[in-house]
Design a protein around this ligand. Structure first.
Ligand code: AMP
Ligand code: ZN
Length: 461
């Protein structure tokens, strides 16, 4: 089946054609490990995981690289302010390496809690200083970079086209000139490849330009090329990376290799909180650990993220999370009901469900549409282990661990499930007396049975 992705590069939904049929190569911009990852960051990671799983569902093997930024990301994306790592180290009275180790560990804990697969390659910026340095030297040799008293800058005027990815209007931007633009820059949008370190700077390395450290964008160009080659299939990240980080990554690759590094550029939209931005001052920066502390299964958040397409803004509310937690229970319950079912389902029906689900995920990862099919299967009047198998297949993309029983489900004995099935049969035959009688027996055995729009709900009394 054809697979389509909205490509920020072409601004259209493009049919996916990998460079090499056997393996799809993906690069994702990973976290800057100076603070806790928020549920917003995790929305982007869930989208990237769904992408991986969808490619695998389509039979592709994957080679996915993700970087860990542990140096060079300044407080402002426009090469200004302090290095985020150093700021955090100073505030927390730790070394930048301790900060990086601590937040990297927390980041991977969150991925695990959300059942997000670890990319095949995880690469840390500070482990690749020499690769980055070599890349900058290549750019200087080829005439794309120049030295000032403070840094080595990329000269955007040397490119045939800049910007490529975003709709930045350089002339307009120049008119509304930003303050503090380095007067030694040839063009306001030239960006730092390598920065000369002040005397007391904590993270610095030897280079042809003295003790210095990398700019933010160079790590992704250097590590992407090292692990995936000069040109790979897909590049992903959050929408905020388009106008600066990804634009500059493309500039670097065009300078060094004469190529745009990836054919498809996929960007995830932002998560909002009560319609607005997440911010410390508003006290609404939520973490996955906050969900766990409040007793939520983090996978309820994963399901919550499927209520909206990844390219649309998603508004987080606690009510929404609660509703998703209930839905996750129903999904697992529905799966168990199918597993215990005994009815026959025709092959055509299974194929039809499967095709609709497949078409939805292949249409630029349309999870709200795919979930519509999942719920139809869950709510199917006919209960059959074949439908349970189909849900298992769907879950290879959903990643919701629907086969894992919840505490409540664990306690539902087979005997009760069989009585519920019998009651369902009675209701189908409009034998209300028998249905009531069976309900009483189930109640006496300590369980409640309720008919909901999502199917039958069994709960312990
Ligand atoms: P950072 O660690 O801040 O560099 O961000 C890591 C990734 O998370 C980037 O791809 C960001 O675009 C993404 N991100 C940050 N905040 C949000 C948000 N509120 N919603 C979705 N993605 C986000
Ligand atoms: Zn990057």
């Amino acid at each position: 089946m054809d697979l389509y992705f909205y490509n920020t590069l072409t601004k259209t939904k493009d049919k996916f054609k990998p460079i090499n049929d056997k393996e799809v190569r993906i690069y994702s911009c990973g976290p800057t490990v100076y603070k806790d990852a928020t549920i917003g960051n995790m929305r982007t990671n869930i989208f990237q995981d769904v992408l991986r799983r969808t490619l695998r569902y389509n039979g592709y093997k994957i080679k996915h690289a993700m970087n860990i930024t542990d140096v060079g990301h300044l407080v402002s994306d426009g090469d200004e302010g302090e290095d985020k790592m150093l700021k955090s180290a100073r505030e927390e009275n730790k070394t930048p390496y301790e900060i990086a180790k601590y937040y990297t560990e927390l980041f991977f804990n969150d991925l695990k809690a959300l059942n997000i697969e670890t990319p095949e390659i995880v690469c840390k910026a500070t482990d690749h200083i020499q690769d980055m340095l070599k890349y900058v030297e290549e750019l200087v040799e080829k005439g794309y970079a120049y030295e000032t008293s403070t840094a080595i800058y990329f000269d955007i005027s040397k490119l045939d086209k800049y910007p490529i990815l975003s709709n930045l209007n350089l002339e307009e931007q120049k008119a509304g000139a930003r303050v503090n633009v380095d007067p030694e820059k040839r063009n306001p949008y030239d960006f730092a490849l390598w920065i000369k370190a002040p005397e007391n700077h904590l993270m610095k390395w030897d280079s042809p330009w003295g003790k210095s450290y990398p700019g933010w964008h160079i790590e992704c160009s250097a590590m992407g090329r090292k692990y995936l080659g000069e040109q790979f299939d897909i590049h992903t990240g959050g929408i905020d990376l388009v106008p600066t980080h990804h634009e500059n990554e493309i500039a670097q690759s065009k300078g060094a290799c004469g190529k745009i590094p990836a054919n498809y550029w996929l960007h995830g939209e932002y998560l909002l909180i009560n319609g607005g931005k997440m911010s410390k001052s508003l006290g609404n920066v939520y973490l996955i650990k906050d969900f766990i502390e409040k007793g939520y299964d983090p996978l309820a958040y994963r399901l919550f993220s499927y209520s909206c397409h990844y390219r649309n803004k998603l508004n987080f509310t606690w009510d929404g999370l609660l509703a998703s937690a209930k839905s996750l229970e129903r999904l697992k319950n529905g799966y168990q009901m199918h597993l215990a079912g005994k009815e026959e389902i025709s092959e055509e029906i299974i194929v039809e469900y499967e095709e609709r689900f497949h078409k939805a995920i292949n249409d630029d990862l349309n999870m709200p549409l795919a979930m519509g099919v999942v719920w139809e299967v869950v709510r199917s009047e006919k209960k059959s282990p074949k439908l349970a198998k189909l849900l298992e297949k769907f879950d290879s993309v959903l990643g919701l661990k629907i086969t894992e029983k919840t505490e409540v489900q664990e306690e539902i004995p087979k005997e009760i499930l069989e009585l519920v099935e019998e009651r369902k049969e009675a209701r189908k035959n409009k034998d209300w007396a028998k249905s009531d009688e069976l309900r009483d027996i189930i109640n006496k055995k300590g369980y409640n049975v309720k008919d909901t729009k999502d199917g039958i709900e069994i709960t312990k009394k």
